[in-house]
Design a protein around this ligand. Structure first.
Ligand SMILES: [Mn+2]
Length: 303
C-alpha cells in the first residue's frame, strides 16, 4: 500500500524545510505541483534500506520531496517541467515484502515512472516491476560502481546488476556510465567485462555524447530503465552518498546527462538512489536528487 506523504516532511531526515516559505501563486513549488497531480508520470518513494554500508537511505524519499519545495517548474528556453502531467504516488511501506509487485501495483497505468530510493537495491525491483521482456530491455546506470558483487550473502545494494543478469537480463543490454577506478575491485571489473556489460569510465564519459554512447551500446533494445546512483557525483558535491569518492561528475554534468538520456523515447523508468539524508550537508545531495526528478520530467515533456 502507498500513502501520500504530507508536505513539508518530518525532521527525521535531518534537514529542515524553511519555516515560513514565501508564497507566490506564480512560482509554484515542484513538490506541491506533484502532490496535486492526478495522472501522467508517477513519482514513487521506495524506502529500501539494505545497504552494505549501514545508513538511512529509507529517509531519502522524504528528503527529496523536501528539496522539491525549493524548485519551481520553468525550463531555460521555455516550457515547464510539468508540460507532461505528473503526480506523487506516495511511498511504499518500509516493511514491504515483495518490492517488485508493490512497485508495479503502485505505478500501474503511469505514463513513466520515477522511483525515489532507497538504496541501489531498488534497481533490482524497479527493473523487474517493469514486467518488460528482459531480453529487449536496456539498463543504463549512472554509477561509480558496477554493483556486481556476489549474491552469496544476500541481496543488497552492492549486487543488483548480478541478480538482474541471473534473472535473464543479457550483459550486453547493460550500459554503465561513470565507473571509477579504485571504487571497484579488479575481480568484479573483470567479471563485468566477461559477461559483456558495456562500461564507460568517468574519464571517457566526460568526452562522450549521450546519443552516441546509446547508439553504440543500446541500439538493439526497445525500452530503457535508467538507474541514477547519486554517487556518480564527486563526494565534495554529493556528501549524502556513502559510496561517493573524489573524482565524480559535477552536478551540472549529471543534470545534463540525465536531461539528454531522458529525451530518448525508450527511457520509461528512472530510479534515483543512494542518498542517505543523515550524511547530507546543506541539502546538497537531496537537491541534486530533486533536480534529477525535474530534468527527467522536463525531457519527457519535450520528446
Ligand atoms: Mn550503485
Amino acid at each position: 500500500m502507498t500513502k501520500r506523504a504530507a508536505l513539508p516532511q518530518s525532521t527525521e531526515s535531518g534537514s529542515q524545510p524553511p519555516n515560513n516559505m514565501h508564497h507566490d501563486a506564480q512560482w509554484p513549488r515542484a513538490a506541491h505541483t506533484l502532490a496535486a497531480g492526478k495522472g501522467g508520470a508517477a513519482l514513487l518513494g521506495v524506502p529500501l534500506n539494505r545497504s552494505i554500508s549501514p545508513g538511512r537511505c529509507d529517509l531519502a524519499p522524504a528528503a527529496i520531496r523536501e528539496a522539491l519545495l525549493m524548485f519551481s517548474d520553468g525550463v531555460v528556453g521555455g516550457g515547464s517541467a510539468f508540460d507532461l502531467e505528473a503526480y506523487d504516488a506516495g511511498d511504499l511501506d518500509r516493511n514491504t515484502e515483495d518490492w517488485s509487485e508493490a512497485i508495479a501495483e503502485a505505478t500501474k497505468g503511469a505514463r513513466g515512472t520515477i522511483l525515489l530510493g532507497g538504496d541501489n537495491g531498488v534497481t533490482r525491483y524497479g527493473v523487474l516491476a517493469t514486467k518488460f521482456d528482459l531480453t529487449r530491455l536496456g539498463l543504463v546506470t549512472l554509477d561509480a560502481h558496477h554493483d556486481f558483487r556476489t549474491l552469496a550473502d544476500a541481496e543488497h545494494n552492492g549486487n543488483p546488476i548480478r541478480s538482474l543478469l541471473q534473472a535473464g537480463l543479457p550483459g550486453e543490454n547493460v550500459l554503465q556510465l561513470g565507473i571509477q577506478s579504485f571504487a571497484n575491485s579488479e575481480h568484479y571489473a573483470t567479471e563485468v567485462s566477461e559477461v559483456g556489460i558495456n562500461v564507460v569510465g568517468i574519464d571517457q564519459l566526460l568526452m562522450s555524447s549521450p546519443a552516441e554512447v546509446l547508439k553504440r551500446s543500446l541500439d538493439h533494445v526497445d525500452a530503457i530503465y535508467l538507474d541514477i546512483d547519486l554517487d556518480v557525483v564527486d563526494r565534495a558535491m554529493a556528501p549524502g552518498c556513502p559510496g561517493a569518492r573524489p573524482g565524480g561528475l559535477t552536478p551540472a554534468q549529471l543534470r545534463a546527462w540525465v536531461s539528454v538520456l531522458a529525451l530518448d523515447r525508450r527511457v520509461r523508468w528512472v530510479d534515483i538512489v543512494e542518498l542517505d539524508p543523515q550524511r547530507d550537508v546543506n541539502q546538497q545531495t537531496a537537491l541534486l536528487g530533486a533536480s534529477c526528478v525535474l530534468e527527467t520530467l522536463a525531457s519527457w515533456a519535450r520528446r
